[in-house]
Structures are given as C-alpha cells and as structure tokens.
Design a protein around this ligand. Structure first.
Ligand code: GTP
Ligand code: MG
Length: 372
C-alpha cells in the first residue's frame, strides 16, 4: 500500500514523523514487555522462596526409615536403603514444590501394594518419599531464568571435583573459577581434576592452571585410561561424598569407572567437534565398597553464578584489592596503563572477575535464601 501524504508539509518531514511514531510505539511495547516480565518474576519469587530451598519439617516422620536419594527420574526417584538395596519410590504430595536432588536424605514409607503385578515388577515404585532431612550442604548453580532461579546439583556433598580435560574439550579456566565460587557458596571442599593427562606431553606444564596453583587449590593430574594419578583420589574419597562436574566429554564417567571397579558407567564418544554429547543424563550416587561416594553428573556447558553473593569473589580472586573487588567495572581491562597499575601477573583475570561480578548481580528471587 502506498503511503498517503498530507498537503501543506514536505514529504521528507512526514516520513521523519512516521519514523518517530514507529520508534515511540516500539518503546511503549518494550516497556510493556518488561513490566510483564517483572510481574512474572514477582509471582515466582513467592513460589520459590517457600518451595524450592526451604524443606518441610521432617520431625513428625522420624519414625520412618531413612534412605538416600541416588537418582531422579521424571516420574519417580531411586532410593538406596540402609542395607544398600535400591528401591524405586514416588514422591508424596506433602513434598509438592520441594525440589529433591541426588544426595538428599529422605524418610520413606512402603506404598500399600494393591495389584499383584506391582509386587513382582520391581521397575515400578515400591515406596513413597514422605519427608526430606535438612541438608548438610546444597551445591547449586544459577538457573537460566527466573522460572528456575537455581539448578540444584547435589545435596549433602563434602567436596566438588571439577574435571577439566587437557584437550577434547579444551581446558577453560573460566569454568574452574565459577566452580570454585559454587563450592564456596555450598561450603564444601574443592579440587581440580585434570583428565586425559596422557593427551598432552609430559613437558607441558599446563600454564593455564598457574593461577589456580597460586590459589593453593589441590590439583590432581590424571589419566583414567592409563590408570595414572588415581591413588591420591582414592585416599581423599575415604568416607566423603564427592561430586564430579565438568564439560561433557571430559571423562567424568571414565574416571568413576576407574575409581570404582563395579560402576560400569556408559562412556561417550566425542563428536567431530571434539566435544562430548552428554552421555550421562542424570546425576548418580555411586558408593565405593571401601567407603566414600562419587556423584557422577551430566556434562555442563557452563556454571552460572547468577544471584550468588559477590563476597564469594574475594577468595576466588585474592590478587585484587578491595577497591577492585567492590567495582571491577571501574577498571578498563583493555587499558595497558590500568593493568600496569594493578600489577597483575595474569591480566586476563580482570575480565573474568568483571564477568562473574556482573553475572552475580543479575536479579535472582532467591538471592537471600542461601542453603535451605
Ligand atoms: N586419552 C584419554 N581419553 C579419555 C580419558 N578419559 C576419558 N577419555 C575419553 O573421553 C571420552 C568421553 O568420556 P566420558 O567419560 O563419557 O565423559 P563424561 O565427562 O562422562 O561425559 P558426559 O557424560 O557427556 O558428561 C571417551 O571417549 C573416553 O574414552 C583419558 O584419561 N585419556
Ligand atoms: Mg558421563
């Protein structure tokens, strides 16, 4: 349709006016969208504060037997009982809104079994989870949006072992910084596990890890396929619950199989891009016969720190002064003079700090709700 022009005003002026109207409408539209997103966030805030991290009182159920949640499925969960047998269970309506996660200690009751095939088909749920015991620790990462402010990784763990391969996929220091912040948030121990050490020459000192060596973090160089570097890990595992996390294809499940001879987890092939394909699809609780438990988790793309408190950055980036930690964006990471003045041994860490600092500020309804 051709544009209709008014008489008595130049066509150019009328075209400009049309453009202004259009941009004004766009602005109104975007404001409306933003307001509706804010309304959505507020609604979810109320829901999450009560449901996801705060556990209902388990005291009335202490007479019921205790079990450990070892794997979540979409409809039910697998429990490991005190005698180490595994039982499939549904969740009681009392737990509506509570997000359970691998490692949770729960109280369960046997479900009344009405139909005979129920009794014989052990694949169907045989019990019902009634309550959750308060968590000793909760390892979580920021969610993608406010619909899911936190993604829970594991409950009641003692340590996080972040796995990073020397190649395939490449070692990304940014992931290690994020993982350390999450471990600090959960109040649990932290180790860096370098995997596929056999894929790099012995002369390669892996300089990407130098900043983490200086932090004094324990770093273990391993090759699960050659059986190298595993003994010290087995020593640490003694009586601890350890979560393995890292990018897909770094070799977490291969490491579990090497540490726990009976685990027999599925191992993935690499894609032609040298990245994994998420062979492991759900977190799994895997006890070692000699004590200690590994939790194998699915490969992650990144670990969001959205909504976590910024105080966690000081121990992750201790080389920065309080002035920088309070407002890292005030320092231009591309300005040589600024970097010289800060006298940084690893100047790229300023950008990492800035990235995490901004991400933490992103609104998260559960910001004040640390461990539930
Ligand atoms: N050369 C070498 N290859 C390894 C080593 N560990 C694992 N791999 C290979 O890396 C690939 C991926 O291993 P997985 O154990 O499935 O990796 P994952 O981290 O569990 O992957 P997701 O379950 O997808 O998160 C497989 O082809 C393994 O054989 C190692 O120590 N050395
Ligand atoms: Mg795996």
């Amino acid at each position: 349709m051709s544009r209709k022009y008014r008489l008595g005003q130049s066509r150019d002026a009328q075209d400009m006016a049309g453009r202004d109207d259009y941009s004004r409408e766009r602005k109104v539209d975007s404001k409306r969208r933003q307001q509706s997103a804010e309304r959505l966030q507020t609604g979810i805030e109320a829901h999450d504060a009560g449901g996801m991290l705060q556990l209902p009182d388990a005291a009335p159920w202490l007479h019921l037997p205790e079990a450990i949640l070892i794997q979540r499925h979409s409809q039910w969960v697998d429990l490991e009982l005190a005698d180490r047998t595994v039982l499939r269970a549904t969740l009681s309506g009392k737990l509506k809104g509570v997000k359970l996660v691998c490692g949770d200690r729960v109280r369960y009751s046997p479900v009344p079994l009405e139909s005979p095939e129920y009794v014989f088909d052990t694949k169907l749920p045989q019990a019902q989870v009634i309550a959750v015991t308060p968590r000793k620790s909760l390892l979580k990462r920021g969610g993608i949006d406010d619909r899911e402010p936190w993604q829970l990784i594991a409950a009641n763990a003692d340590e996080l072992w972040i796995c990073a391969a020397v190649v395939d996929p490449p070692l990304r220091p940014g992931l290690l910084e994020r993982a350390y912040a999450l471990a600090l948030d959960a109040g649990i121990g932290f180790r860096v596990i370098v995997t596929k050490r056999d894929r790099a020459s012995k002369k390669d000192t892996l300089p990407e890890l130098d900043p983490f060596r200086e932090l004094g973090l324990p770093i273990h160089e391993t090759s699960a396929t050659k059986g190298e570097g595993l003994e010290p890990l087995l020593d640490v595992l003694q009586d601890r619950v350890v979560v393995l996390a890292g990018h897909s294809g770094v070799g977490k499940s291969t490491l579990v199989n090497a540490l726990l001879p009976d685990a027999a987890l599925r191992i993935g092939d690499l894609t032609k891009f040298g990245t994994g394909k998420q062979t492991t699809t759900a977190a799994r609780w895997l006890p070692h016969p000699a004590g200690g438990t590994l939790i194998d988790t699915p490969g992650i793309r990144t670990l969001s720190v959205r909504g976590l408190p910024r105080e966690l950055l000081a121990p992750v980036f201790p080389e920065f002064s309080n002035e920088v930690l309070e407002d890292p964006q005030a320092f231009d990471a591309n300005d040589e003079d600024v970097l010289d003045a800060l006298a940084l041994e690893y100047p790229e860490r300023l950008q990492s700090l800035q990235r995490l600092w901004s991400e933490m500020a992103e609104r998260n309804p559960n910001q004040n709700q640390r461990n539930g």
